[in-house]
Write a protein that binds this ligand. Structure first.
Ligand code: T1G
Length: 642
């Protein structure tokens, strides 16, 4: 396969890059482009150049796989400068996504045209670095400081239409190659714009800087702030100085732990939906989906499946519950309309695809049914007994249980090979994590259906073996137990929460329990005790028995004042727990965080050892996508690696 091919359309040379799967800019691509400029400059018949890519997308950025290696010439900034300095003007013809170094190369071109569906972006901060080939220096010259800060510090790609408005591209076209050639030909007869690096740059207004800085600090890791700083530096210095400053920051960050952690998550996310064990196994179709239960979880699952284009039948126990369930689903789409994410017509179309019933017989033709009823074994078994009677033998039947043993739920179910656990996380239409829990009877194509459903819902699937809490809730239980152990050793609750916020979590373990309610885990422990298990009394038990269930009862680990969610240290909680607390201990917050992350990783090691999780990356994905583990720390297994 030839990396770069050239064809002539009259005086226009069309250079096509073909480096599957995403035209990442490898060393060979840099070298090829660098030499191509000289070759076409030397060709007297060529007057302009169109750069276009084969496959699904324009250049998707530097090849992230090369990040761990020493950079080799020609470096990307040199390639961009060389294209910009070419005697013949280059036109970037963009489809798919021009990202990172891909968009930097496009900015080295004299013009940029794109199809409507294309996106341009500088997502480097999502990989823990900043643009390293003039993204923070050319973008503000091309589109102004505000557009540059927006594009660079949040790392979100911009659709072609918006990019045209701010001047990042020159035209939106329909026939990409043909129109790009015509654009190049027309440009030859018009006044040539200045190369981007020569364009003037307005200073960054102080007020804008302060606002942008506050937002960048909120990101929690250093890359967004360094990117902002690099743009500001570019507004105060010449191009060459700004390029040197940017390069220094890029190389510094590229070797950082944050960048290594973000690359780890990047590749783990791309490996997750394609387990090798399912290669070549056809999933079953799932166009008509039943959801049993219209509460928060059921409504979220129904909305997520409807959003992915499935027809939904929502089953509840009586007409009132059906109405409430349907209104819970409608409320989710109303929210999307309010946030400007969904047009009114789209809302109506989505709601029209969700019908409610109390009659299980309506599920006779369902391809997939997902149960999301009360977390009690008897209730769940009754649901599956009914489903076993009414559903097709090949219909996939799934439980959303988060703690119960799926084997116990499926006991006695006819065609047990069609049963699987699909553990969604609330709110199910937002949280990306989906724990997929097969039983020993689950057929491979049913497991493949679980992964296909995750892809259809744009969720992050992680296969889990059967144990209490599968992967995520089992680690959560250990995390909470270790945090309580620190409290009994005299470490202040507020210090532990502050330590975990400082590490990058949005909330510490105690404030999170107060928000979610201490009684949920309490009921699980009580259920286990009732089943004869020896479950030692926890500090949380003491608080719940004293009526302290968290914010909803005005107090849990902390006290709360009506209408104010601020957590206040609680003398009452201290009094209730005093008998269990021996002494006082002042631990530095980083030590507290390291201790608790190590505890998560130790539970993760046991989970791997027992075969509950297949790979450490899966455990990191569960924690990052389901439990708020800071992405730029990579997850407990990565953070605790040797
Ligand atoms: N480098 C290497 N491999 C990459 C890659 C990249 N940049 N992007 C994707 N892949 C692989 C990915 O691992 C997967 O491999 C396959 O391509 C398909 O990916 C100097 C320093 C482009 C929007 O951050 O956002 O430029 O698993 O499943 O859903 O300033 O990939 O098949 O073996 O995601 O169609 C900046 C990251 C780099 C873009 C396509 N660029 N990629 O999405 O496919 S830093 C990025 C994406 C930089 C310069 C700086 C997406 C996509 P496999 P996929 P997709």
């Amino acid at each position: 396969m030839t990396l770069l091919t050239v064809r002539r359309d009259g005086e226009i040379a069309v250079v096509t890059l073909d480096n599957p799967p995403v035209n990442a800019i490898s060393e060979a691509v840099r070298k090829g482009l660098f030499e191509m400029v000289g070759q076409l400059d030397a060709d007297p018949e060529v007057r302009a150049v169109v750069l276009i890519c084969a496959g699904r997308t324009f250049l998707a950025g530097a090849d992230v796989r090369e990040f761990g290696k020493p950079p080799v010439e020609p470096h990307l900034p040199q390639v961009v400068d060389r294209i910009e300095a070419a005697r013949k003007p280059w036109v970037a013809a963009i489809h798919g996504a021009a990202l990172g170094g891909g968009f930097e190369i496009a900015m080295g071109c004299r013009f940029r045209v794109a199809v409507e569906t294309a996106r341009v972006g500088l997502p480097e901060v999502t990989l823990g670095v900043i643009p390293g080939a003039s993204g923070t220096v050319r973008t503000p010259r091309l589109a102004g400081v505000e557009a540059a800060v927006d594009l660079v510090t949040n790392g979100r790609p911009m659709p072609a239409g918006s990019a045209l408005k701010v001047g990042l591209i020159d035209a939106v076209v329909s026939d990409l190659e043909g129109d790009a050639v015509a654009f190049a030909r027309a440009a030859l007869d018009a006044e040539m714009p200045m190369p981007v690096s020569k364009r003037p740059l307005e200073p960054m207004p102080e007020e804008f800087w302060q606002k942008a800085r506050k937002a960048a600090v909120k990101a929690g890791h250093q890359a967004p702030l360094r990117a902002l700083d690099s743009i500001r530096f570019a507004t105060e210095h010449g191009f060459a100085a700004a390029m040197a400053h940017e390069r220094e920051a890029f190389l510094d960050l590229r070797g950082s732990d944050e960048a290594a952690a973000l690359r780890h998550v990047f590749f783990a996310e791309r490996a997750a939906p394609k387990p090798s064990a399912l290669k070549g196994i056809e999933p079953r179709p799932f166009k008509l989906v039943g959801v049993i239960g219209g509460g928060t979880m059921g409504a979220g699952i129904a909305a997520a499946c409807r959003e992915a284009g499935m027809e939904i039948i929502l089953i509840e126990r009586d007409e009132g519950a059906v109405a409430r369930g349907l209104s819970n689903v409608a409320a989710i789409f109303d929210g999307a309309v309010k946030r400007g994410k969904l047009a009114e017509a789209g809302r109506a179309e989505r709601i029209a695809g969700v019908r409610g019933s109390t009659d299980y017989a309506e599920l006779a033709q369902a391809d997939l049914v997902i149960e999301a009823v009360f977390e009690e074994i008897g209730v769940k078994r009754a649901v599956f007994a009914e489903l076993g009677r009414v559903c097709r033998p090949d219909a996939v039947l799934a439980t959303n249980t988060s703690y119960l043993d799926p084997r116990a739920i499926a006991e006695g179910l006819p065609h047990p090979e069609r049963f699987i656990g699909l553990h969604f996380f609330s709110p199910a239409h937002i949280m990306k994590l989906l724990e997929i829990v097969p039983t020993p009877d689950t057929a491979p194509e049913v497991l493949a259906t679980g992964f296909a459903l995750a892809r259809a819902l744009n969720k992050m699937p992680v296969q889990a073996g059967i144990c209490e809490g599968f992967i995520g809730n089992r680690i959560l239980k250990r995390y909470r137990a270790e945090a309580e152990a620190l409290v009994t050793q005299g470490v202040a609750i507020s210090e532990i929460d502050a330590a975990m916020r400082g590490y990058g979590f949005r909330m510490g373990p105690f404030e999170a329990q107060d928000l979610g309610g201490l009684d949920i885990a309490f009921l699980q422990r009580e259920g286990a005790r009732a089943a004869g298990e020896d479950v030692p009394e926890t500090l949380g038990d003491i608080l719940v028995r004293a009526g302290r269930k968290g914010q909803k009862t005005g107090g849990g680990w902390y006290d709360y004042v009506e209408g104010d969610r601020a957590a206040r240290p609680s003398p009452r909680a201290a009094e209730l727990l005093s008998a269990r607390i021996t002494g006082e201990q002042d631990l530095p917050r980083p030590e507290i965080a390291a201790h608790l992350v190590r505890a998560m990783a130790s539970e993760g090691a046991a989970i791997l050892e027992e075969g509950i999780a297949e790979r450490p990356e899966d455990i990191d994905l569960v924690e990052v996508h389901g439990y708020g583990f800071p992405r730029w720390k990579g997850g407990p297994m990565f953070a605790s690696r040797g």
